[in-house]
Design a protein around this ligand. Structure first.
Ligand SMILES: *Cc1c(COP(=O)(O)O)cnc(C)c1O
Length: 347
């Protein structure tokens, strides 16, 4: 297997990470006077475990991947930022991604002073490797893909992704924020078979825990090591770690919610299809649907006036007059549908 070592920025490769009190002594001492904590107000008076050992071992069991291949972040957004900072030299390296996709890759690249290049998706928002190859060059350190993709809802072809991996020498990152709603397998297993691929997942969507901020990255141990090396020492707080363990222990309940959302999504599709000004409903492997309407701005405003908020994606490439609608509860979906039905197109 190859190595990502040569892809890592020089200053990061030579970085000696901050070593916290909790890194240096990990035993079960009787008296802890090493971290300048307040001795009262237990248990949250103590710093959390910087290595998140108990939470990572729970995730390891659920995802069937060793602990050393798991990075945890303050949301996947932190994992995205850390990947950019570990691999991309500001001013000279670049990142390639698909268009349209999740906006955070571009924002994070811009914050870090890294050039961001957008490869248009093809027909029906399919991955077009020719476009990616056209955009990428020897300074491309990361390719960000998103599958199922936001805002389009479709999964990218496994075959195309594998072809890309066979050709690309940098780090290929697949954001699987919506994988729990998809019937297709994700790419976690592939990350262990190759040196230059990472998968991002999150508790924010399928697991119903956007509020606690927990993102996960999976990859070969070299990738995970460098991510852990540059993360803030205590990036996962104790409350988040505890709630995450509780939530992951309720996997069956979560599965039921997900199944309900998938049923509601399919029902919503049927009902939206009967609205005459809905011109297209894109297929979705996620918990939202992209629909094309006659006039997205007007319909967005019409819904907003009834206190129903959807996402107007009209400005995204290939998404003219498109709204992205999250699947809610049956009641929420009905309210949205009723509001859509009483829209009167202006003549
Ligand atoms: C919602 C979403 C995320 C989640 O980010 P968190 O920081 O984990 O909440 C990541 N990627 C995509 C594509 C998303 O749509």
């Amino acid at each position: 297997m190859g190595s990502v070592n040569s892809l890592i920025r020089k200053n990061i490769r030579s970085l000696k990470p901050y070593s916290s009190a909790r890194d240096e002594y990990q035993g079960d001492a009787a008296v802890f006077l090493d971290a300048n904590e307040n001795p009262y107000f237990a248990p949250l008076n103590r710093y959390p475990d910087p290595r998140q050992r108990s939470l990572r071992s729970v995730i390891s069991g659920i995802k069937s991947i060793p602990d050393e291949n798991i990075f945890l972040g303050n949301g996947s957004d932190e994992a995205i930022d850390i990947l950019v900072r570990a691999f991309c030299e500001p001013g000279s390296d670049n990142i390639v991604s698909i268009d349209p996709t999740y906006g955070m890759y571009e924002v994070t690249a811009a914050i870090n002073g890294v050039e961001f290049r957008k490869a248009p998706l093809g027909e029906d928002f399919c991955l077009d490797n020719r476009e990616i190859r056209r955009m990428a060059d020897r300074n491309t350190k990361i390719i960000f893909l998103c599958s199922p993709n936001n805002p389009t809802g479709n999964s990218l072809s496994k075959q195309e992704v594998e072809e890309l991996l066979g050709w690309f020498g940098g780090l290929l990152v697949i954001d699987e924020a919506y994988i729990d709603f998809s019937s297709r397998p994700g790419f976690i297993d592939e990350t262990l078979k190759t040196h230059n691929m990472a998968v991002l997942q999150t508790l924010s969507k399928g697991w119903g825990r956007a509020g606690i901020r927990l993102g996960m990255a999976f990859g070969n141990s070299e990738i995970i090591e460098v991510m852990n090396k540059i993360k803030p020492p205590y990036n996962i707080n104790s409350l988040t770690a505890e709630e995450a363990v509780r939530t992951l222990g309720r996997a069956e309940e979560v599965r039921q919610h997900i199944n309900e959302i998938i049923c509601a999504r399919d029902l919503l599709r049927e009902k939206l299809d009967k609205i005459e000004y809905v011109e297209k409903i894109y297929p979705s492997d996620a918990n939202f649907m992209l629909i094309r309407v006659v006039n997205a701005d007007r319909i967005y405003e019409h819904l907003k006036a009834q206190k129903i908020i959807v996402r107007n994606r009209s400005n995204a490439r290939g998404c003219e007059n498109c709204l992205r609608i999250t699947v809610g509860t049956a009641e929420e979906n009905d309210r949205m549908l009723n509001a859509m039905r009483n829209y009167k197109p202006e003549r």
